[in-house]
Design a protein around this ligand. Sequence first.
Ligand code: MLT
Ligand code: ZN
Length: 467
Amino acid sequence: MATLPTAMADALLHRLGPAGFPTEPDALENFGRDWTRFTAPAPAGVALPASVEDVKAIIQLARDHGIAIVPSGGRTGLSGGAMAADGELVLSLARMNKILHVDPVNRSLTCEAGAVTAAIQAAASEQGLMYPVDFASSGSSQIGGNIATNAGGIQVIRYGMTRNWVTGLKVVTGTSELLDLNRGLVKNNTGLDLRHLMIGSEGILGIVVEATLALTKPPANPRVMVIGVPSMSAIMAILEHCQAELPVLAFEFFSDLALDKVIAQHGLPQPLQDRYPFYALVEFEEASADTDIQLAQLIERCMAAGWVEDAVLSHNESQRRALWRLREDISETIARWTPYKNDISTTVSNVPLLLERVESLVATHYADLEVVWYGHIGDGNLHLNILKPEDISVSAFQDRCKSVSEQLFTLLEDLGGSISAEHGVGLLKKDFLRFSRSEQEIALMRGIKRQFDPDGILNPGKVFDPM
Ligand code: MLT
Ligand code: ZN
């Protein structure tokens, strides 16, 4: 395993103490990886700053010694963006996790970058407010990582991505300078908005150290319905009708194989009496006392059209949570099959075409493998997970799936879609970036990277290779 230069290691220990500079192999392995399992972690060290000044000092040391830094949040990423596989220093924000201020007048919350998403949601909720970006990993993901990946999740259809909720950002760049961007302002038209350049930049331009987030009022009475459907195309017809008639908060889908794995793993009852090829999960705000009647009429019409086979509706909070588990537990449940994850998107109107083409690709290339479909279909975002059979090595499996990805991404390019809707590019998607971004765009991105990180020490080799 690579090690840090002695002078640098001594300086880090002196500044951060043993709690901020762990050296045990377990710590290196843990902090050196995210949720991807295609590369082995091999960092040279881990630094856990306790202040912005610490972050600046660590970056300066890395510059002085020519050591690459991998910024690390909750490490729940799925594209290898937080993988340290090449002797880098991991800079984890885990000790900088304070909620600094909740401000009901401005409806905002300011916190350090290592604050866990669920803690932010809880702090907002104590004031009768809500931070609406939510996903299954909210119990361990950190806001700095969410911002660096512009995390999406289950309510994007109503509330948008992380980008929509960041009103202030403090960032330390690759030259060890602190930027204080937008300072919580709602309106600020004063030139290029560097805050938005940082959001989704996957740690290649700077380290997020503090964020101010907008908050909103929680929905009045959220209810969930799980619908059994005969085909994926029926799901899109249901979506159109739900959006026209209900205040939709989430519109998700999953395949019967996904349901099968989740209920088997957790011993859950199946939601409907019979099983169907696919399921839509719709969450909506109960806007009026007529909602039940309105909903019954909507379902009847969808049944008559042949789009809906059966449906179940939550009547209380525990039923709502139980139905959500069927969707939210999929990712964790299938993790033991080391899935090859595709996180693709197109415009909602192009989804039927995308589904048709992807289904035919899957039938041709993955007929012998288990394929689990799910995703945020109301955003045009599909998660296509190919499960690894036991008798094939991880690398052979990855090679096989990567060759199919070329065809999948060509198909997406034709539809003007994206090869990474919400998981980011990281290591796993960088070879395919050209399918979603033009040569000119990538050249401009490289130029921007050089401005913020002239020595190329921040998360090198992620998103694109330097030139
Ligand atoms: C999800 O939608 O469950 C997450 O994006 C995680 C995943 O895709 O597995
Ligand atoms: Zn997702």
